[in-house]
Design a binder for this molecule. Structure first.
Ligand code: GLY
Ligand code: MN
Ligand code: MN
Length: 435
């Protein structure tokens, strides 16, 4: 991502915050995994979106109209010893020279400098409740300023959620953001294809997970966007199964929900295929039904269409198909109204996708489902999960779990399937697996 794009985002944010106000946002913190070992650092998405700065112990302040500089970055000072042990970091000079801050200060001076920046501001835009220590300090600083009002300074009177403003910006993706998502998806496509090719009865779910991560790393992407779900047989009916430790059995399906992350942007893809490379009759019938429901949902993805239309389309196709196959009985409209389909399709059609796998942005505005706009990216991921102990259906259906998930860009003309390179039809999957 070019520095100029971060700059444009900051300018847009400051325009929205308005003069006499201030916005502050902290970086993510390093977390200890166990003695002297940290979890891999992942920057806070909002912070990164506005700064491109990938270090912990940092805080950005945006002060529209401030003559001495509108963008201030507090960060760690450059430390040769730290550089030797832990590697490169920007330091105060790097913060201004490389990251475009108008001014930079040591993060250790935050308590001395930030209170002064809050004086005489009306509103503080701030992501409340994310960092209890900062929440506490901010209240103390504001209370302190309030105690000084006799000397002519005013304390901010309003705390406003910063998230809403930033998240509305993040919801519409730029060309550069789409490019990063496409890079994540290209590696993810290779990973799913590798998994299909290497799948065999007797291998373990974690071995297939290894194949997936191999492709991510091999393509330069060292982060998964979320823990991979590699679920053979009935494990696929556990929606967030991440144990990935069972053996794969001949005759079962394998559901893989896995995506790479590229420069903080996620891919989120699910494919389901037979362990032995050939769908059984029942598996093929249910798979085709899920695929048809996905096609129906995709047909509703275009600008000015409300977000829920895709979901409703998937519910109609799935419920109709379940009745036809005998897994549900009754009147289709009634089954939809009383949500009987939820016994087998219990999640919604998808979610926004971006820096976070379940990305930010409102789904409803004034209690109405939001209308899609060009530049939004979302997943379309219908599924059917027939629990192994479901006594209301014929035995032959039990324990089958299927989800098909693609990542979709809303375009002016309709939509583009960013993950179209990944085999999806029964014929395509069987051909890839046959080699
Ligand atoms: N991988 C998480 C999801 O599909 O929502
Ligand atoms: Mn997924
Ligand atoms: Mn998803």
């Amino acid at each position: 991502m070019k520095a100029n794009e971060f700059k444009q985002r900051r300018e847009l944010l400051m325009e929205q915050i308005g003069k006499d106000n201030i916005a502050i946002i902290a970086s993510a913190t390093m977390r200890t995994r166990n003695r002297d070992v940290d979890y891999p650092f992942r920057q806070d998405s909002d912070f990164y979106y506005l700064t491109g700065f990938n270090e912990a112990n940092a805080l950005a302040a945006f002060i529209p109209g401030r003559e001495k500089g509108e963008y201030i970055l507090f960060c760690q000072e450059y430390d040769e010893k730290k550089a030797l042990w832990e590697g490169a970091h920007a330091g105060l000079e790097g913060a201004t020279r490389e990251y475009g801050a108008d001014d930079s200060f040591p993060i250790t001076d935050l308590g001395d400098i930030l209170p002064g920046l809050l004086e005489n501001k009306h509103k503080v835009f701030y992501p409340m409740g994310r960092d209890p220590e900062l929440d506490h300090n901010l209240m103390e600083w504001i209370t302190h300023i309030r105690s000084q009002t006799r000397s002519g300074v005013n304390a901010p009177g309003e705390l406003v959620s910063l998230e809403h403003t930033v998240h509305e910006m993040r919801l519409i993706k730029s060309d550069a953001e789409i490019e990063l998502m496409q890079t994540a998806l290209d590696a993810t496509a290779k990973a799913h294809i590798r998994a299909m090719k290497n799948c065999q009865a007797g291998r373990y779910e974690y071995q297939i997970e290894g194949d997936i991560v191999h492709e991510f790393f091999n393509n330069g992407l060292r982060a998964v966007a979320y823990p991979s779900i590699v679920a053979g047989g009935t494990n696929a009916c556990v929606l967030h199964y991440v144990e990935n430790k069972s053996v794969l059995n001949d005759g079962d399906l394998l559901l893989i929900d896995a995506g790479a992350e590229c420069d903080h942007y996620a891919a989120d893809i699910t494919r389901t295929f037979p362990v032995n490379g050939k769908f059984s009759t029942e598996q093929a019938l249910l798979y085709q039904l899920v695929l048809d429901s996905q096609y129906a949902a995709l047909a509703e993805i275009s600008p000015n269409n409300a977000w829920n239309k895709a979901h409703d389309a998937s519910v109609l196709v799935l419920t109709t198909g379940l009745v036809k196959l005998g897994l549900l009985t009754g009147n289709i409209e009634q089954l939809i109204e009383d949500e009987s389909y939820k016994a087998f399709y219990m999640h919604r059609i998808g979610h926004w996708l971006g820096m976070d796998v379940h990305d930010v942005g409102d789904y409803k505005i004034d209690d109405e489902w939001r209308v899609l706009e060009a530049g939004m990216v979302l997943t379309v991921e219908p599924g059917l999960y027939i629990p192994a102990d479901c006594m209301t259906v014929d035995k032959k259906w039990r324990g089958i779990g299927i989800r098909i998930e693609d990542d979709i860009l809303v375009t002016k003309q309709g939509h583009e399937i960013l993950s179209k390179a990944i085999p999806k039809t029964i014929a395509e999957i069987e051909a890839v697996m046959e080699g």
